[in-house]
Design a protein around this ligand. Structure first.
Ligand SMILES: C[S@@+](CC[C@H](N)C(=O)[O-])C[C@H]1O[C@@H](n2cnc3c(N)ncnc32)[C@H](O)[C@@H]1O
Length: 332
């Protein structure tokens, strides 16, 4: 079955589609370039409001020019077989493997298989929903190139405090909280959760603190030199998730900063178009037509910079913070 997507997914995947050729151009002197997609998705995806078929990350990456030389697509067994069959048919000449199973368990085998290519520039996309990836997996990726390597694999990670908040409030709250702890590699995220529950911080502050904590972990526990975040917003302007980038190379960081600004430029127009289509859809369903009342698509406002890089902060400086554990995974 096709997965239904909203405009923020298209915006996110456009960043990926633009970054991949830039990454491969910047590292074209290297004979091998590795791509790991820890949550590769289904072969078919459609735009929720238009029904338009949209390429997911595997197709975008396999079609990129210049592209990677080796690709690993991790997926759960329920989707992996179909993904493999479709990609084999459409990209018979590409070097890729669909790895069936929980990526947190299958990662060891793949990293062992890639041991001889540890020197190769590597990009890892982690397109999770809430907290499916485990901190231990991120530690293994960061250590993959070994001690003394100048750069670690670049990580591009979806972080959604909004989905975490939903899971924490759900029926299986206890098990879900443990899952979130496995994602952060520390119980310290509970400081933020409890501050929100006690109304000491707003919803927006909750999202900022939760994203900041993972940036802090990536920078200070894994030693990533650069981390960036871009919030992806819904039409009501609240953030559905952030895309967090972690890398060690200043060229990669500059390109990603440029693409984050482009994505922020596209967003208002995508939002306005989504509102327009939604209103049309509601009219069709109600049988009432008021086309002249529909919100027009706002022309793109040209601003110098819509997105600006921000630094992470020390989460422990908050008055509601107590160190609960020392966390998993020291600097590689
Ligand atoms: C948001 S979708 C990914 C979409 C994909 N990147 C794309 O562009 O089409 C998340 C995917 O992760 C898969 N998934 C969830 N947990 C996983 C795990 N532990 N290991 C591997 N895949 C997982 C789900 O089956 C789902 O297809």
């Amino acid at each position: 079955m096709a997965r239904e997507w909203s405009y923020w997914t298209s915006n996110k995947l456009q960043i990926l589609g633009d970054y991949i050729p830039a990454f491969n151009t910047a590292s074209k002197r290297s004979e091998e370039r590795l791509y790991l997609d820890l949550m590769a998705g289904r072969p078919e995806n459609v735009q929720r409001l238009t029904g338009e078929v949209i390429d997911g990350s595997p197709r975008r990456v396999l079609s990129a020019a210049p592209g990677f030389t080796r690709h690993y697509f991790f997926e759960l067994p329920s989707n992996a077989g179909e993904l493999d069959a479709v990609l084999r048919k459409d990209f018979p000449l590409k070097n890729f493997r669909v790895v069936s199973g929980d990526c947190n368990r299958t990662i060891d085998g793949v990293l062992a298989e890639l041991r001889d290519f540890r020197w190769a520039p590597t990009f890892v996309f982690i397109d999770q929903q809430a907290a499916e990836v485990e901190w231990e997996t991120l530690v293994k990726l960061a250590r993959f190139k070994g001690e003394g390597a100048k750069t670690k694999p670049e990580l591009w990670l979806l972080v959604s405090p909004a989905f975490v908040a939903r899971g924490v409030g759900g029926r299986k709250s206890h098990a879900f909280r443990e899952k979130v702890t496995r994602f952060y590699g520390t119980c310290n995220w509970l400081n933020i959760q409890e501050a929100r529950e006690a109304r000491e911080i707003s919803g927006e502050e909750y999202r900022d603190e939760m994203v900041n904590l993972i940036r802090h972990q990536l920078a200070e526990r894994l030693g990533y030199k650069f981390t960036q975040r871009i919030p992806m917003r819904m039409t009501n302007k609240s953030t559905i998730y952030d895309m967090v980038f972690a890398g060690d190379h200043d060229v990669g960081d500059k390109i990603m900063q440029h693409l984050y600004n482009k994505a922020a430029e596209r967003e208002p127009e995508m939002m306005a178009e989504a509102c327009r289509l939604k209103a049309l859809q509601q009219e069709e369903q109600s049988g009432k037509f008021a086309l002249f009342d529909l919100p027009p698509v706002t022309p793109q406002v040209k601003v110098d910079k819509l997105w600006r890089p921000t630094s992470y902060w020390q989460p422990g400086t908050r008055k509601w913070w107590t160190e609960r554990d020392r966390g998993l995974g020291a600097r590689p």
